[in-house]
Design a protein around this ligand. Structure first.
Ligand SMILES: C[S@@+](CC[C@H](N)C(=O)[O-])C[C@H]1O[C@@H](n2cnc3c(N)ncnc32)[C@H](O)[C@@H]1O
Length: 493
């Protein structure tokens, strides 16, 4: 499937959408017809469950699924019955002739969530363990990284958004559900061609621009920038796959995405990045702190760390090089490359940066391998929103009315029959799922925070019950109250 795509007219995209809908080739219809487990097979890149579910069926939905989802040949007469614009699809090289059949040169995968329903147009996913060497400009469909990033994206108060490195257009598709203006960029012209189809099929009006990093938006600024950039750190000329690796050394491309973002953000704007970074002999957070632009707050969560062997094996397999003659040579070359750069392991995670303009910004770099409550986007927004209240002067903090988040549960652990628990834990059933051991006094104060009484009053009441000096209790608990506010347990009432 090496055909060069040609542009499909807007009218042909509209006609294609009508044909897909007429054939009930939608996520909802397919899920109810084929069943979750058949579709889950495709998540594992196995076509067998869907092929079996379609066995003996010759209706439009079955043929559209064979053609656009499974990449199977379908008789020309059938395809012409399904699509009004076959000649346009052939001219655009989205369909190719295969004897008496047509085959799709791209994948159109039904995709959606609670707010939209559409199709992702991408290069075909290799199914059933088929290994191939993807073309350098291969355009990946919805990957686990894409869907994770989509769940990190804040939705409130965003008018304009940049999807940097849009690929198949998946992030722009998500953004369209809540943003008025979307610009989507990519260095790969083929990606923009396919993103145009993805977005056109959903009726999304996005401004698609060709170019590297922030070049195509040099005169623009946004409320939100989202990106899942080509973060794979490879030796020069390793695979040439544009979707996963840039030309920078080590994690240089990630660094540029973050450090050059500030000028492209509106005041108060947010950058959300999913990616990899090098871990060297320095503390990883210390290295990444240098990437964060002045006047910006940041929350960076390192979700996973891979050693160089795991990392190289993962990406050699992704490039279809497992079992190839030069596997060992490439593996060794890659390890040498890492050794030369002092890369001891690779961190994988999420970066959120907000342009607050604060003279003393808040920056947090955390190991966070724990399960989170998706979509976790609101937890990033809450982190930034909590900075100001957590820093209030003491008198304002004490005069303030606070409320314990409804999603905090208290867990107690201890010997049965014991007067007091050995451990008392506040655990968030939302966002990052943080947990803290507050101790008896703080638990009593926080537990009483329902917005009715000022914090100072509650502290004094708890001091009286515990028969301790109120001033000493304030001094002891106020830093911990600030932490509960900063971490989203306590909210301004
Ligand atoms: C990992 S893919 C992410 C695609 C999509 N945003 C997603 O979430 O699935 C990275 C994308 O960045 C594009 N890209 C590579 N180098 C780039 C650069 N220097 N500037 C902009 N985009 C680039 C690739 O072509 C690819 O589409």
């Amino acid at each position: 499937m090496n055909a060069e795509l040609q542009p499909l007219t807007d009218e042909a995209i509209v006609a294609l959408r009508a044909d897909l809908l007429a054939g009930a080739y939608t996520l909802e219809a397919l899920t109810s017809r084929l069943g979750e487990s058949a579709l889950n097979g495709l998540v594992r890149n196995s076509s067998v469950p869907v092929v079996r579910a379609l066995a003996g069926r010759s209706d439009a939905q079955a043929d559209l699924t064979r053609l656009w989802l499974l990449g199977l040949p379908v008789a020309q007469t059938r395809v012409r019955a399904l699509h009004s614009g076959v000649d346009e699809l052939l001219a655009a090289q989205l369909l190719v002739t295969d004897g008496d059949d047509y085959r799709a040169a791209v994948e159109l995968k039904p995709y959606g969530d609670e707010s939209f329903s559409g199709w992702i147009c991408a290069d075909p996913t290799p199914l059933d363990g088929r290994v191939g060497r993807p073309r350098p400009d291969f355009v990946l469909g919805a990957s686990p990284a894409s869907t994770t990033l989509a769940q990190l994206i804040p939705r409130d108060g965003v008018v304009s958004a940049l999807d940097l490195g849009t690929g198949c257009g998946i992030q722009a598709l998500h953004l369209a559900a809540h943003c008025r203006r979307i610009v989507a960029t990519d260095l790969n012209p083929r990606a923009l061609q396919l993103a145009r189809i993805t977005l056109g099929l959903a009726g999304v009006d996005a401004d698609l621009r060709l170019g590297s990093l922030y070049e195509p938006v040099a005169d623009d600024a946004f409320d939100l920038i989202v990106t899942n950039p080509p973060y794979v750190m490879t030796p020069p000329d390793s695979s040439g796959l544009i979707y996963r690796e840039g030309v920078e050394i080590g994690d240089g491309l990630m660094r540029r995405v973050v450090s050059e973002a500030a000028d492209r953000l509106n005041p108060g704007g947010t950058l959300i990045v999913l990616g990899n970074w090098a871990i060297t002999e320095r503390a990883w957070g210390e290295r990444l702190a240098e990437w964060i632009p002045d006047g910006c707050d940041a929350l960076v969560l390192q979700r996973e760390v891979l050693d160089p062997f795991e990392y190289v094996e993962l990406w050699l397999t992704d490039a279809g090089l497992s079992g190839s003659d030069d596997y060992q040579r490439r593996y060794a070359e890659w390890l040498d490359y890492f050794a030369g750069l002092g890369i001891e392991s690779v961190g994988m995670g999420w970066l959120a940066v907000r342009k607050s303009g604060r003279a003393v910004p808040e920056r947090r770099f955390e190991e966070w391998p724990h399960a989170v409550h998706q979509p976790v986007a609101a937890a990033f927004a809450d982190f930034f929103d909590a900075i100001e209240p957590a820093r209030l002067p003491e008198d304002e903090l004490l005069a303030g009315f606070w409320r314990l988040h409804d999603g905090v549960l208290q867990e107690t652990l201890g010997r049965p029959g014991a007067a007091d628990p050995q451990h008392l834990v506040f655990r968030q059933q939302y966002g990052f799922g943080r947990a803290v051991e507050p101790g008896t006094a703080l638990a009593a104060v926080a537990g009483a925070c329902d917005g009715d009484l000022a914090l100072g009053t509650l502290l004094d009441a708890v001091a009286a019950i515990l028969e301790v000096d109120p001033d000493a209790l304030r001094d002891e608990l106020l830093p911990q109250v600030r932490r509960l506010i900063a971490e989203g347990y306590l909210l301004p009432a």
